[in-house]
Write a protein that binds this ligand. Structure first.
Ligand code: NAD
Length: 311
């Protein structure tokens, strides 16, 4: 896989490819030999990334449009099939922020973020998996098919000012696992990343890059994992979630059961829950010092080098 042309002959869609992580990922996939179809909102940014890839002797076609629109997804897939015969790799990356506390958020802010992230991931995944299922049926066996979705640590942390974004990213994680389980038989491998990178989206949080040395928050350091997950070498990686930034990649464990309560041990006559037996079972239970029981702040400790907090 370390050969530069590990993706030669493969065809990839990258959404939100005009800036930040999507740009770096599209360039990395193209440098590894993939022909890339670039999606972003129409404009100079995505056209510029296509020009950069072509200047490096890569192959890139732009299919611009709002990824929350079904017709944009259809055009992307049609472009892949028309220009290159098929689709092999889907990198879902496009995203926006509309940060606000839950008690102040407007319905427009909620809807936009869910639409671009979660619906955007759904539309392309829906169309791509149908394409791969059809081809698999024709071929009589699995076909080459890779999805890399973009989640975020926000969904792990219960990020306070991001109820819309955290919910969308939790949904994307669940969508990844569902897709991985339901489409493996057709050859599909679907994984998700929780990246950290200095981009337009995070400029306020992360500030300027260091004057000297490599920028540990450069999107370039997230792109290699995405390209690897898109490659033949990742055939045995499916339904996983990686935290990745700088020189660190962490594989997340799935949620696990912390404690089991049984009604029969708390006075329920037929072993089924009653209000009294619930009260008895939870009488000694406390969420503990964490602000929210289900939140996972462990990944923050990985960020000391790249973002300067979390130790
Ligand atoms: N930067 C980070 O630290 C970080 C952390 C966690 C997750 N992410 C995720 O990574 C992805 C990329 O973010 P980024 O940091 O590169 O941000 P960015 O703002 O640099 O890039 C996002 C791109 O998505 C495009 N986009 C927005 N709405 C779109 C739409 N409706 N249709 C098509 N394209 C659209 C934007 O035009 C932009 O080019 C996002 O999903 C984001 O949530 C980023």
């Amino acid at each position: 896989m370390t050969q530069p042309q590990a993706l030669a002959g493969l065809v990839a869609i990258v959404t939100g490819a005009g800036n930040g992580l999507g740009r770096a990922e599209a360039r990395s996939l193209a440098a590894a030999g993939a022909s890339v179809i670039l999606n972003d909102l129409p404009g100079d940014a995505v056209d510029g990334v296509a020009a950069e890839i072509r200047a490096d002797d890569g192959t890139a076609v732009v299919s611009a449009g709002d990824i929350g629109e079904w017709s944009t997804g259809e055009r992307l897939l049609h472009t892949a099939v028309r220009e290159f015969g098929q689709l092999d790799i889907l990198v879902n990356n496009a995203g926006v922020l509309r940060d606000r506390m839950i008690f102040s958020m407007s319905e427009q802010e909620w809807d936009l973020v869910l639409r671009v992230h979660l619906r955007g991931h759904f539309i392309t995944s829906r169309l791509a998996t149908a394409h791969w299922r059809d081809r698999s049926k024709q071929a009589g066996g699995p076909v080459y098919a890779r999805i890399v979705n973009t989640s975020s640590e926000a969904f792990l942390l219960g990020s306070s000012g991001q109820p819309n974004y955290s919910a969308a990213k939790a949904g994307i994680t669940a969508l990844t696992v569902t897709t991985a389980r339901s489409c493996a038989r057709y050859g599909v491998r679907a994984n998700a990343i929780c990246p950290r990178a200095r981009t337009a989206m995070t400029a306020d949080l992360m500030g300027a890059a260091p004057d000297a040395g490599p920028d540990p928050l450069s999107p370039e350091f997230v792109a290699p994992l995405v390209t690897y997950l898109a490659s033949p070498a990742a055939a045995n990686i499916n339904g996983e979630v990686f935290v990745v930034h700088g020189g660190v990649a962490a594989l997340l464990s799935p949620p696990s059961i912390r404690e089991v309560f049984r009604a029969g041990e708390h006075g329920a006559p037929d072993g089924m829950w009653t209000l009294d037996s619930v009260a008895s079972a939870l009488a000694g239970f406390s969420t503990g010092p964490s602000a929210a029981g289900f939140a996972c702040e462990e990944a923050n400790s990985l960020a000391t080098d790249t973002i300067g907090f979390g130790a």
